[in-house]
Design a protein around this ligand. Structure first.
Ligand SMILES: [Zn+2]
Length: 84
């Protein structure tokens, strides 16, 4: 069983219970968890995304800066799907 850590709240959960974010060429929400390369994981909770952004944990985890547009994309996606 693959266990990964949420870069927001720090919870350890099964990989398929987390949202995988990768940035091969531009940031991508990898729902099928198949994209190669460095990835970070988040609980499906808006709260966790917000903590992660505040702590710059996604930038650190991916070892690459996130553009303002990419940040918006993430926020919109989490608000729409995991807003509460
Ligand atoms: Zn979390």
């Amino acid at each position: 069983m693959m266990i990964r850590t949420c870069v927001g709240c720090g919870a350890k959960r099964k990989k398929d219970e987390l949202i995988r974010i990768v940035k091969p060429n531009g940031l991508k929400i990898d729902l099928k968890q198949r994209e190669p390369g460095r990835a970070v994981y988040l609980c499906p909770k808006l709260k966790c995304l917000k903590i992660a952004l505040k702590r710059k944990a996604i930038t650190r985890g991916l070892k690459t800066p996130i553009k303002e547009k990419e940040k918006e994309l993430l926020i919109n996606f989490f608000e729409e799907n995991y807003g509460n």
